[in-house]
Design a protein around this ligand. Structure first.
Ligand SMILES: Cc1ncc(C[n+]2csc(CCOP(=O)(O)OP(=O)(O)O)c2C)c(N)n1
Length: 287
């Protein structure tokens, strides 16, 4: 049996400390929202540790790689988290830094919701809960065709409220897709309020286990824990893996903490300047 963790070790910015890469990613998130006057800021910050780890330590995704057809497949199911993905992809050389300033602008290929128009984005993610089905298809295809690339699907707890997710989960367990890794961001809220007030999804781990998955439940904002979990993310025993990453909405930006209405944020230049100070370790402490 293949060990998919060994198939693609390391990342292409492996020499740069991950802590610094996380800060850089967050600064790029702020830059995008400064130009646009707002955006999915809280999501950019709650997912920063996971996205940095995936793009800089796990995925084989090099836009200059001549072996592009054999890249890992990263599927952003929850399309509005694209802000963090763009930040990571720019660093990897998918597009110029100046393009970050066009986030969500008319005609820009880095749209507010990730779509296949953007270099490196595999699927259009705006209609939520479709990414896992697509990922299952890609993982099955890799096995049928004898490819060693892996499929990683990033999704959110809001998508666990949708039926399509569970059909795909059942199929993945049935086919023992050990080349499939899902990370689900669990920040406890969706567009209409608290997840548990809209449609309860607890317990999460037990549901996936019942569908034949290996489940790792972690603090998704603890960089060391995230790194350990994701670099060993593929199960050695034939099961698909889901990493349940518990996160804090707007993590590290104190003006966003604990607010019920930060799904989409507009902010002032002063607020974004405050956020940059907090990233640099000045000002309020993260919760
Ligand atoms: C199929 C579908 N249903 C509903 C929506 C509307 N919608 C957009 S974002 C969102 C919240 C999703 O929850 P989550 O991604 O957990 O929110 P966040 O982490 O951003 O708080 C919803 C319901 C959608 N885009 N697609």
């Amino acid at each position: 049996m293949l060990n998919y963790n060994e198939v693609r070790p390391g990342g292409i910015v492996a020499d740069e400390p991950l802590e610094e890469l996380v800060k850089e990613l967050k600064r790029s998130v702020v830059r995008m929202t400064e130009a646009a006057g707002g955006g999915y800021i809280a999501q950019g910050f709650c997912s920063a540790e996971v996205m940095a780890t995936l793009f800089y330590r796990v995925l084989r995704l090099d836009p200059h790689d001549s072996d592009w057809a054999d890249r890992d497949r990263f599927l952003l199911s929850v399309g509005h988290y694209a802000i963090a993905v763009y930040a990571a992809m720019e660093k990897l050389g998918f597009f110029d830094k100046a393009m970050l300033d066009t986030y969500s602008a008319d005609g820009s290929v880095i749209e507010m919701i990730g779509s296949e128009m953007t270099p490196g984005i595999e699927i259009t993610g705006g209609s939520l809960a479709q990414g896992l089905s697509q990922g299952v298809g890609l993982a099955i295809a890799a096995k049928l065709r004898g490819h060693v690339w892996r499929t990683v699907v990033y999704m959110s707890d809001g998508e666990l409220e949708e039926g399509q997710t569970w059909e795909a989960a059942m199929v993945a367990g049935h086919h023992k897709l050990d080349n499939l890794l899902v990370v689900v961001d669990v920040n406890g809220v969706q567009a209409d309020g608290r997840i548990e007030d809209v449609t309860g999804i607890l317990p999460i781990a037990e549901k996936w286990q019942a569908f034949g998955w290996r489940v790792l439940e972690i603090d998704g904002n603890d960089l060391q824990v995230v790194l350990e979990s994701l670099t060993g993310g593929f199960a050695p025993d034939g099961r698909p893996t889901i990493v349940v990453a518990n996160t804090i909405m707007g993590n590290g930006v104190s003006s966003l903490h604990g607010k019920p209405d930060v799904h989409y944020v507009r902010w002032t230049p002063e607020q974004s300047a405050d956020a940059l100070r907090e990233i640099a370790g000045e000002g309020a402490e993260p919760v």
